[in-house]
Design a protein around this ligand. Structure first.
Ligand SMILES: Nc1ncnc2c1ncn2[C@@H]1O[C@H](COP(=O)(O)OP(=O)(O)O)[C@@H](O)[C@H]1O
Ligand SMILES: [Mg+2]
Length: 317
């Protein structure tokens, strides 16, 4: 009995730890808005990097820079040690960077095979159904995916299965980096577990994965490293295993002690005394918005006399 020619994890697994992608000082403005400032990010083969940050932190912009939707204004991007320019989606695809956007962009009425090959049919003039179906199963097998048949419309698949189809489609161009934008955001517990399994398959197959997520449990469950963005800048890199949820949240919010981190620490299952009600003397009223919630509104409200308490007292005199 011979081993299958393809898909053998031992022969396919590349040198895990090879640097695939490195961003240095990447900056992107939209008019006066500095969406990204001096961003560094490194992704290795066989590594899952969680990209986290509050709304407006710059996650989507960073993904779009890597996907070739927006060109960076400055900074360098190197891919497998070579400086590269990513100025179009075709550039990203040629390098081997695939992106699965949150909306998945699947056609409900088409079946799994049709969705996988939409726009890139193996033989545009005369579709080779058999080859496409064989390739479809090969892609799904790489992900150990649980799809009963590839001839059912996507409309009848679960959320996790749809994510599977979208990820499988991203593998068609044999990418090295796969970017997943909130892959579990819309999913229940069981389907989330299914998708996290897919992410682990990608890592085992030697892909570098960038996963945007708001769910810290998912991040700690599947990521190797965590890159935090805040207000368009790097605000911390962590190794999973050395970091707590509170530490990540503190980096996301830019505060070390606020309502969000206090809630998180009270609920931390690692803390043995979580059974006890929270201590009434806990300083839970400390202002959480001091830093995290700063916006243009609060900044402009602080100008002139309102920010200068001595101005009022001197007027009285
Ligand atoms: N196309 C755009 N035009 C102008 N401003 C944008 C555009 N895309 C994003 N921004 C701004 O860039 C900042 C980062 O946004 P974004 O990358 O979407 O953050 P995130 O995905 O982390 O929520 C925000 O201030 C946002 O308003
Ligand atoms: Mg976004």
């Amino acid at each position: 009995m011979t081993a299958p020619a393809t898909d053998s994890p031992t022969t396919q697994r590349p040198k895990v730890g090879t640097e695939l992608l490195a961003l240095r000082g990447v900056t992107k403005h939209f008019g006066a808005v500095a969406a990204l400032t001096g961003i560094d990010l490194t992704v290795h083969a066989g590594e899952v990097v969680a990209l986290v940050g509050d709304n407006g932190a710059g996650k989507s912009t960073l993904v779009k820079v890597l996907a070739g939707v927006h060109a960076a204004d400055s900074g360098t991007i190197s891919f497998e040690g070579q400086d590269v320019r990513i100025h179009s989606p075709a550039d990203a695809q040629d390098l081997g960077i695939a992106t699965v956007y949150q909306d998945l962009a699947l056609c409900e009425n088409l079946n799994v095979v049709e969705n996988l090959f939409l726009g890139q049919e193996l033989r545009p003039a005369r579709l080779d159904d058999v080859s496409m179906e064989v390739k479809a199963w090969e892609l799904l097998r790489q992900l150990s995916a649980k799809i009963p048949t590839v001839r059912i419309p996507v409309a009848s698949l679960s959320g996790g299965q749809r994510q599977t189809v979208a990820i499988a489609r991203s593998l068609l161009g044999a990418p090295k980096i796969i970017i997943l934008d909130e892959p579990t955001a819309a999913l229940g517990v069981a389907q989330t577990a299914e998708v996290l399994n897919l992410v682990e398959r990608l890592r085992e197959n030697g892909h570098g994965v960038i996963m945007i997520s708001h769910n810290m449990a998912d991040v700690l469950a599947v990521a190797d490293t965590v890159a935090v963005l805040r207000l368009g800048r790097n605000n911390g890199f962590f190794t999973v295993g050395d970091v707590s949820i509170e530490q990540i949240i503190a980096a996301i919010t830019g505060a070390t002690d606020n309502a969000v981190t206090q809630r998180a620490s009270r609920r931390d299952p690692a803390t043995p005394e979580t059974e006890a009600p929270p201590d009434a003397t806990t300083d839970s009223t400390r202002d959480a918005t001091t830093d995290a919630g700063e916006s243009d509104d609060t900044a402009s409200a602080r100008d002139d006399s309102s920010s200068n308490p001595t101005a009022l007292t001197s007027e009285k005199e």
